[in-house]
Write a protein that binds this ligand. Structure first.
Ligand code: MN
Length: 306
């Protein structure tokens, strides 16, 4: 089947003030599984520099059917954040890292990296988590590839709600994660119906996705499968459990760049993506070395026909 012809459209502009806009997540296939894809949405492609948000599971661990074979990325950073289950990350700069719930693996693709994400089945149980991408700003998008793992992350108490800070700063607590644009990302557990206010940076735009249970944010009742876009210029957010839940806050300084996302690539110029498809499929091992410890085939890139 020929890939869909890609139309180049600039992303919708950030809202000029606070809003509450609900966007249903799309069902998308990843490997053998189905995920709730909150970003990119046709009407909301970026929140700060966050450009991709998949919520997967909880689903029973099914062995290697949950594996994602070797594939390339450019122009972005990725994080897989697990609520349950375990993954093994292998990449073309030689990283080999088990990822467990509560740990953050932060991969910078820059000018090019390839990796495999393998579900670990020894413990059985279920696989549940999110995968997020951050678009690198134009000035840094060809940076060297990198991979950093954080075994533990800082936790902020937000008036009785517990926030694990993955990226940036929230509730006076700052994560060590290196970013190329101002960002925030946190996993927040709201234990009860009490209404609380979470302080936000007004120069950021923000969004929310519920991972478990139900949460009310600015009066919007949210369960898994909906992205709530919150706009800009908010100093605080009213949050309560409905009756209890766990949700992900994403935000950042609006990235006012014409970011294009196609397959696993974040880029600006179609010429660039023609080159990267050729380098991956040929393959050019200077740009995309083999992934040590992984013997399966490369997932071929669709051909660019935009
Ligand atoms: Mn990937």
């Amino acid at each position: 089947m020929a890939p869909k012809r890609f139309r180049i459209k600039p992303p919708p502009a950030p809202a000029d003030g606070p809003v509450t806009l609900r966007y249903p997540s799309r069902r998308a296939s990843v490997g053998a599984g189905v995920v709730r894809r909150a970003l990119p949405h046709p009407h909301r492609r970026l929140i700060g520099a966050w450009c991709f948000l998949d919520h997967f599971g909880p689903t029973p661990v099914r062995g290697d059917r949950d594996d994602i074979g070797v594939h390339p990325h450019i122009g972005l950073q990725t994080v897989t954040w697990l609520l349950s289950g375990e993954m093994l990350h292998l990449d073309s700069i030689g990283s080999r890292q088990r990822i467990r719930p509560g740990q953050l693996s932060w991969m910078t693709a820059g000018r090019g990296i390839a990796h495999a994400e393998l579900a670990q089945t020894a413990g059985g149980g279920s696989l549940h988590g999110v995968q997020l991408w951050v678009a690198l700003p134009g000035a840094h998008r060809r940076t060297a590839p990198g991979f950093v793992h954080h075994d533990s992350l800082p936790v902020a108490d937000l008036d009785g709600a517990q926030a694990t800070v993955l990226v940036g700063e929230l509730g006076g607590v700052r994560a060590a994660t290196h970013t190329f644009s101002p960002l925030v990302g946190a996993d927040i557990t709201v234990p009860d119906r009490r209404r609380r206010r979470i302080t936000l940076r007004p120069d950021f735009e923000h969004g929310a996705v519920v991972l478990e249970g139900a949460v009310s944010i600015e009066g919007e009742h949210l369960t898994p499968g909906t992205l709530l876009y919150l706009g800009t210029q908010r100093r605080a957010l009213a949050v309560q459990g409905a009756p209890a839940g766990r949700w992900m806050l994403v935000g950042g300084a609006p990235l006012r760049e014409d970011v294009l996302i196609w397959w696993n690539y974040v880029f600006r110029d179609p010429e660039e993506v023609r080159d990267v498809v050729a380098d991956w499929n040929r393959p050019n091992r200077l740009r995309f070395p083999d992934v040590p410890g992984y013997t399966g085939p490369r997932i071929p890139s669709p051909e660019w026909n935009g």
